[in-house]
Design a protein around this ligand. Structure first.
Ligand code: ZN
Length: 367
């Protein structure tokens, strides 16, 4: 091998050991970290994902001063605080009754026009006030609960708003609009069209919210906190009940953040890597920025386990700069409360930052 070829081998070796993660995020208000005396730049954190309602100018300023972008979490179809005072937007189940809360989550009727206006206005105000780097839609699904080992998967929504919209979109004439009877008729005779329409309703939301984001903040990204199920799990419930079709959503979202909460969902740490690979194969690895679980009882997720799921959440990039899109963890509080986790985070993010790449010291040529 010539000297020149040897040098090339070195460059290649150095590049394969490198791993850059472009967006090194934390999820939730950074206040607990700041209260613990930490700085985002010292942790090599360059992105904070904060509930839109918690963003204020002081947070924007401090994050910027510490080199971090601010992304807004936007609780799209979370009905809590709205449906109680707007009963017409409460999702109706197949019995024709208001669907009970799904453990701690309460959804909303996604076709209720007033609710849609309410959320659209909220998004416009948020984007108008703050120079956020992106908006991450949260609770973006029909009423259900997927963040638990045994999910709650109700059939909704059969209120008049949805029944009318379904008739109009599908061309199917329902014999009557009584929710319970209509639900029986739809689920026995037109289930396929119904599920398809439910997917379209969410797609419609995604398209509209994307337009708003791009109109007000053209450089901002649109992301999705996404249910980490494959197509087959729970008899296809991701599409069937939640109404989430990846292929359709892939057109509207710049980034998918699967909520790979392994403990909360009763899975193994290895599952984090399996799911991230599964999703990457469908929407593109660069678009997958998982949110892994750091919080839980102090004994539940150790610092070592936290590092394991962080590493499993990053799919190695390709090319000389092996860049991966991003990652974050749930939550800043879990990091701030546990110095061992904070130190693991700091080292990992240093390793994954462009300036933290390994240097080849005293290279010995291969002959
Ligand atoms: Zn409805």
């Amino acid at each position: 091998m010539t000297l020149k070829a040897s040098a090339l081998v070195f460059l290649w070796m150095a590049s394969v050991s490198a791993q850059v993660v472009l967006t090194r995020g934390v999820y939730s208000d950074p206040k607990p970290l700041w209260a613990a005396g930490a700085r985002l730049d010292e942790l090599h954190v360059n992105a904070v994902f904060v509930s839109g309602g918690s963003i204020n100018q002081a947070l924007m300023d401090r994050a910027k001063a510490e080199g971090a972008k601010v992304f807004a979490e936007f609780p799209t179809l979370n009905g809590k605080g709205y449906v109680e005072t707007h009963p017409e937007a409460w999702p109706i189940n197949e019995k024709g009754e208001p669907a009970p809360a799904a453990s701690w989550f309460m959804g909303v009727c996604p076709t209720d026009p007033a609710f849609r206006q309410f959320r659209v206005k909220q998004l416009e105000e948020l984007l108008g006030r703050f120079e956020v780097a992106g908006v991450w839609l949260d609770y973006f699904h029909w009423h259900a609960q997927f963040e638990e080992p045994q999910p709650i998967l109700p059939e909704t929504c059969f209120n008049h708003s949805c029944l009318r919209a379904f008739q109009k979109a599908s061309g199917i004439q329902l014999p009557n609009l009584q929710p319970a009877e209509a639900a029986r008729y739809i689920l026995s005779k037109h289930e396929k069209a119904w599920r398809e329409w439910r997917v379209q309703v969410l797609e419609g939301w995604a398209v509209e919210l994307r337009k708003i984001v791009k109109r007000i903040r053209p450089d901002a990204q649109l992301g999705l906190y996404h249910c980490a199920w494959t197509d087959d799990e729970f008899s296809g419930a991701r599409v069937r009940i939640l109404g989430l079709d990846l292929q359709r959503l892939n057109r509207s979202f710049d980034v998918f953040s699967p909520m790979v909460y392994h403990r909360r969902m009763g899975r193994s740490p290895q599952w984090v890597g399996e799911y991230v690979r599964w999703l990457s194969a469908r929407v593109g690895a660069f678009k997958v920025w998982p949110i892994v679980q750091a919080s839980g009882d102090p004994n539940q997720i150790s610092a070592a386990e936290f590092e394991t799921v962080m590493r499993l959440g990053v799919i190695p990039g390709t090319g000389t700069l092996a860049a991966t899109g991003g990652i974050m963890m749930f939550t800043t509080r879990a990091i701030a409360d546990d110095p061992a986790k904070a130190e693991r985070l700091r080292r990992l993010y240093q390793e994954w930052s462009p300036e933290g790449q390994p240097r080849v010291k005293d290279p010995k040529p291969i002959r």
